[in-house]
Design a protein around this ligand. Structure first.
Ligand code: NAD
Length: 433
């Protein structure tokens, strides 16, 4: 099949690459000239495990290309995926300007029947708006399909190649059949392609993210209760996760959710509900809990060292919002570090992949960066673990202790054992443990 993908971010690039990998001919369009130039030169603009190898193979085999021009991609395409960003607008609702600009660009360049697929996360009603934007700019026939994406950064290739399910919202038989054909190779083990109306498909994506965010905030509240009651959230997690009705995933207490999806999608659900005249109480609380949770480690540091941190330097391990990605959007690390800087502290941070991103787009030279975890400990008072990259799980604690001025560890993700660290003479702070 001939496919165009609009937007080469985490979703567009992965989707385009995986569709090419399954034998389709794919052209990815992005208005960011620098990004496209880098892709054409063989540089992958994001860190996503496994992506580079598959992408290069498909470019080499002539199935995957990149351009800034809609006219290079749309006229030949049978199906076009819109995978541009939908950041929160001022009131928290999703900003659809990129999606609608993409729809206009598609309409102006299409040459016959086309299936236009919303893959971006968009509020209910967006497919209708995309339909209107297309109709205003073309006389050719088209169908608009909603096909929300559920991939996780850090495991995106696997999630895309072997999705738990594919959701297709469409009122056109022709378009639905084309989507079945396209996704057939990805669901050969029997995972379902679930067909539904467009509005339900649009809401499914928000409901999924809102549910996952709810689990995180729920467990973070349980962890706050644990601290007050002398219980251990890790034991409680194991105790409830073994109940099949609850399940063991997404039950880890920590510094709250971040990233480009949960924060903005939760905000969008609040706003969508308000626009529909519904006061969605749970999801508002989920957001409030998350905001408080992000600041928790900085509070623990101040509880230990006092509010004035002048003259202290902290080693921070982990900057990205979660492991296996360089994505720093809404990362809890930013909240923690800002709070410590405001209190007069200095920071040396290490992250396996996100240092460049942090330097370029977030904290610049407000903090120092190390090239190894151990280097971050030089001159540090104490260690703060923010992102649970695997390489932080089993450090040489004797060496860590020698390097720190104080043997204190603030573990924002509960990856270390309090007992073992206390036995080695550390003071340990976890989240609800
Ligand atoms: P991103 O910000 O990484 O990438 C978006 C890309 O679109 C950018 O490269 C930008 O230059 C490009 N773009 C913007 N306007 C354009 C236009 N008119 N024409 C061509 N290109 C244009 O975004 P992302 O993280 O890939 O997310 C895309 C969508 O997918 C969002 O709606 C997001 O909520 C959703 N989503 C993201 C994830 C994730 O893990 N990142 C998962 C599922 C769904």
């Amino acid at each position: 099949m001939r496919i165009a993908v609009i937007g080469t971010g985490y979703v567009g690039l992965v989707a385009g690459t995986c569709f090419a990998e399954s034998g389709n001919s794919v052209t990815c369009v992005d208005i960011d000239e620098k990004k496209v130039q880098r892709l054409l030169a063989g540089h992958i603009p994001i860190y996503e495990p496994g992506l580079e190898e598959i992408l290069k193979r498909n470019v080499g085999d002539g199935r995957l290309g990149f351009t800034t021009e809609y006219e290079d991609a749309i006229p030949d395409a049978e199906v076009v995926f819109i995978a541009v960003g939908t950041p929160p607008g001022e009131d928290g609702s999703a900003d659809l300007s990129y999606v609608l600009a993409a729809a206009r660009g598609i309409a102006r360049n299409m040459t016959g029947y086309l299936v236009v697929v919303d893959k971006s996360t968009v509020p209910v009603g967006t497919a209708r708006k995309v339909q209107a934007a297309l109709a205003e700019n073309t006389k050719h026939p088209f169908d608009v399909v909603s096909n929300p994406e559920f991939l996780k950064e850090g495991a995106a290739i696997d999630d895309f190649m072997k999705p738990d399910r594919v959701v297709i919202g469409s009122d056109s038989k022709q378009a639905a059949e084309l989507m079945d054909e396209l996704y057939g190779p990805f669901v050969r083990t029997g995972n379902p392609i679930i067909h539904m109306d467009v509005e339900s498909a649009e809401l499914t994506k928000y409901a999924a993210n809102a549910m996952l965010a709810t689990r995180i905030s729920f467990m973070n509240e349980i962890s706050n209760l644990c601290i007050r009651l002398g219980a251990n959230v890790d034991a409680v997690r194991r105790g409830i996760g073994s109940d099949a009705r609850i399940g063991s995933k997404f039950l880890f207490a920590g510094l709250g959710y971040g990233g480009s999806c949960f924060p903005k999608d939760v905000k969008a659900v609040v706003q969508t509900a308000a626009d529909a005249g519904y006061d969605f109480k749970i999801i508002q609380a989920v957001e409030q809990v998350n905001e408080l949770q992000k600041g928790l480690v900085a509070e623990l540091v101040k509880k230990h060292y006092g509010d004035d941190l002048t003259g202290k330097r902290f080693a921070v391990w982990g900057l990205s919002f979660k492991p296996n990605t360089d994505d720093m959007r809404e990362a809890p690390s930013l909240v923690v570090i800002r709070s410590l800087l405001d209190a007069g502290a200095k920071i040396t941070a290490f992250d396996p992949e996100a240092v460049d991103e942090c330097k370029e787009h977030y904290l610049g030279d407000e903090i120092d960066y190390a090239t190894t975890p151990m280097e971050a400990l030089e001159d540090a008072t104490a260690l703060i673990l923010i992102t649970e990259w695997n390489e932080f799980r089993r450090p040489d604690f004797d060496r860590v202790k020698e390097m720190l001025a104080d043997p204190v560890i603030f573990d924002g993700r509960n990856i270390y054992s309090r007992g073992r660290l206390e036995d080695r003479g550390y003071t340990y702070y976890g989240i609800g443990t």
